[in-house]
Design a protein around this ligand. Structure first.
Ligand code: HEC
Ligand code: HEC
Ligand code: HEC
Ligand code: HEC
Ligand code: HEC
Ligand code: HEC
Ligand code: HEC
Ligand code: HEC
Ligand code: HEC
Ligand code: HEC
Ligand code: HEC
Length: 308
């Protein structure tokens, strides 16, 4: 009961302001109650206000609202679709927008909630008629904490989700605009990954076997602590003396953390921790054994850290 009286109150207030326009229209064109002849904006001025106005609005409200008889308020809805629309979403939108862009192999489940889950059909203060700016728009449905951490990938931090994802549909998994490694090479120099000797997982395009795409608790967006990333596929390195067989029987240190001791720093790269990547380039190298430095033999790299 309270609802109904509130509604009546709203109608009467609106009618007070809008009634004149209707009376004026009806007086001018008696007997021709076609929706398109009513100046919808005289009462609905607000819908077309915003920095970005949908060009469809300029084509007339009846481009979409074919079933509104606005000679009366509240209007008589002549169609079967809510709000007097000519069709349900997304078909309504496909009337003017190329459907194939929204129906590729992988479709964003958000589309099932209607295009208006993300876009205002009339106007918006945001670009592309979006209901909110990126990345906040995405965080209305996706857990923001998954995109934060000690280290955040630069494009994620500045909300460039659509540099990597198509918000509608894509031929690639996870709505990616292209798949790694090509996706990564749109921003990262390909030549760093294609030197003479390429590390097997890099050659296989498996950037994500070592890196997280959004954020990580480890440096360089790694999936684990640096030394553990390498030992995951190279467990033998820990078992046998590494790099130097005869060296006090233990081989060279590989940067595994020792209990209660601070991590050793890389003498050749101040500020970085000493680990496998101090001697080997994890991606590719012009040297043998993926050495980070120019060397023609295993002992050729010693000089970069140990003064002769
Ligand atoms: C005389 C003022 C006036 C004019 C002119 C007018 N409207 Fe409205 N319209 C209203 C009012 C007031 C409401 C809110 C009443 C309601 O919620 O039903 C409304 C509601 C609507 C709604 C929402 C209905 C719903 O089911 O929620 C649509 C859609 C709409 N108008 C479209 C139009 C279109 C399209 C035109 C032009 C063809 C138009 N209106 C012209 C006053 C007007
Ligand atoms: C591109 C198609 C399109 C055009 C053009 C269009 N509308 Fe709409 N309109 C919609 C859709 C879709 C909805 C339903 C929005 C929703 O459910 O979230 C809607 C809803 C409305 C509503 C209900 C209130 C609301 O915001 O949900 C009003 C009022 C309205 N439109 C008025 C107009 C008027 C006036 C015009 C012309 C100036 C117009 N529309 C042009 C698609 C359109
Ligand atoms: C009557 C034709 C028509 C219909 C129906 C229509 N649009 Fe559009 N829309 C256009 C035109 C024309 C443009 C400008 C050219 C372009 O970007 O394709 C446009 C542009 C857009 C843009 C880009 C705006 C910008 O700032 O670049 C978005 C987003 C959009 N439409 C969403 C929708 C959604 C969502 C629907 C369904 C609710 C819809 N459109 C239905 C005609 C239409
Ligand atoms: C999950 C949110 C979301 C949904 C749902 C959504 N869009 Fe979009 N749409 C976006 C974003 C984000 C952009 C801006 C893309 C960019 O800037 O690269 C966009 C851009 C557009 C554009 C502008 C074209 C362009 O590439 O710049 C059109 C047209 C459009 N959307 C139509 C639609 C239609 C039609 C639907 C429903 C079938 C829809 N959108 C559903 C998020 C969405
Ligand atoms: C209206 C809610 C909604 C919004 C807004 C939204 N999404 Fe989604 N998205 C979903 C749902 C539901 C799923 C499927 C469940 C899941 O993976 O969380 C999904 C899945 C995804 C997937 C995985 C698709 C797959 O094939 O596994 C990606 C990538 C994605 N969304 C990106 C985005 C981006 C980028 C934005 C912002 C432009 C965004 N989403 C905004 C609802 C939304
Ligand atoms: C640098 C490229 C890049 C950027 C920028 C990016 N993503 Fe992703 N995203 C990816 C990749 C690659 C995957 C696939 C991960 C996988 O397969 O393990 C992914 C997966 C996802 C998924 C699916 C999650 C899952 O575990 O399946 C969602 C949702 C998502 N991204 C949303 C977003 C949102 C929201 C933003 C912006 C805040 C964003 N992405 C920015 C590259 C990116
Ligand atoms: C849209 C551009 C863009 C794309 C696409 C992109 N990146 Fe990045 N990435 C950046 C920028 C910008 C930085 C920061 C630049 C810098 O610090 O040199 C960065 C930094 C990184 C870093 C170093 C992070 C750190 O904390 O030092 C890694 C690792 C990385 N990206 C991996 C990837 C991978 C893997 C992909 C593909 C899945 C990818 N990137 C795709 C732009 C991009
Ligand atoms: C075998 C694991 C592994 C694979 C596979 C891998 N990376 Fe890395 N990446 C690393 C490690 C470890 C670092 C940190 C290097 C260091 O110590 O400075 C790194 C660093 C980076 C950086 C930061 C700049 C730099 O070169 O130090 C970028 C960008 C990057 N990787 C991109 C990629 C891309 C793109 C791919 C796929 C083509 C990829 N990575 C594949 C392990 C890997
Ligand atoms: C996803 C699995 C994987 C990860 C993670 C991985 N590797 Fe590899 N690595 C391989 C494969 C496969 C080969 C080639 C097989 C072989 O030659 O034994 C290889 C070969 C190598 C080689 C020998 C290259 C040569 O020319 O002799 C070195 C050195 C190497 N990896 C270092 C590293 C370092 C350093 C890391 C950590 C940043 C790492 N790997 C992480 C899979 C991996
Ligand atoms: C102090 C420099 C140094 C560090 C640190 C280091 N390596 Fe090596 N690595 C070498 C040298 C030198 C060789 C060549 C040994 C040879 O030719 O007998 C080598 C060879 C390799 C090879 C080729 C196959 C083999 O076992 O001979 C792999 C794989 C490898 N290292 C992985 C790793 C991994 C994984 C780590 C970290 C857990 C690591 N390395 C740490 C210097 C290093
Ligand atoms: C990227 C830098 C780097 C390279 C290259 C390197 N080392 Fe080392 N080396 C270290 C670090 C750091 C330690 C100390 C490790 C620790 O305390 O855990 C060390 C320790 C040693 C030690 C033990 C004595 C001491 O000073 O603590 C010897 C001997 C040694 N390295 C010889 C070599 C030889 C031989 C080579 C060439 C095959 C080589 N190193 C290549 C960084 C390097």
């Amino acid at each position: 009961m309270v609802m109904i009286s509130l509604l009546r109150f709203r109608f009467s207030v609106r009618l007070f302001f809008c009634g004149l326009a209707v009376v004026f229209f009806v007086a001018l064109a008696p007997g021709t109650p076609y929706a398109k002849e009513v100046d919808c904006l005289s009462c609905h001025e607000a819908v077309a206000k915003g920095k970005d106005v949908h060009p469809a609005v300029g084509m007339g409200c009846t481009a979409c609202h074919t079933g509104v008889d606005a000679t009366e308020v509240p209007h008589k809805m002549t169609g079967t679709v809510a709000k007097g629309l000519s069709a349900d979403q997304p078909e309504l939108c496909y009337g003017c927008h190329d459907k194939t862009k929204f129906t590729r192999k992988v479709v964003h489940p958000a589309l099932g909630m209607g295009c208006t889950a993300c876009h205002n059909p009339h106007a918006s203060k945001n670009e592309k008629l979006l209901n909110a700016e990126l990345p906040d728009l995405c965080f209305t449905c996706h857990d923001k904490t998954k995109f934060s951490g000690k280290f955040i990938h630069a494009p994620v931090g500045i909300g460039m989700c659509t540099a990597c994802h198509d918000p509608h549909s894509s031929p690639n998994p996870k709505l990616l605009v292209s798949e790694p490694p090509d996706l990564c090479f749109t921003c990262h120099e390909k030549k760093e990954f294609t030197k003479k000797n390429v590390h097997a997982p890099v050659a296989g395009g498996m950037c994500l076997s070592c890196h997280r795409p959004h954020a990580s608790e480890h440096t360089s967006l790694l999936v684990k602590a640096p030394v553990e990333v390498c030992l995951e596929c190279h467990p033998d390195v820990r078992r046998a003396p590494h790099a130097l067989a005869g060296f006090s029987g233990r081989g060279h240190a590989i940067g595994e953390p020792k209990k209660g001791r601070k991590p050793v720093t890389d003498p050749a790269r101040p500020g970085k921790v000493f680990y496998c990547g101090s001697c080997h380039n994890p991606h590719s190298s012009d040297s043998m054994r993926l050495f980070r430095y120019k060397a023609n033999s295993s002992f050729g790299i010693c000089q970069y850290c140990h003064v002769k």
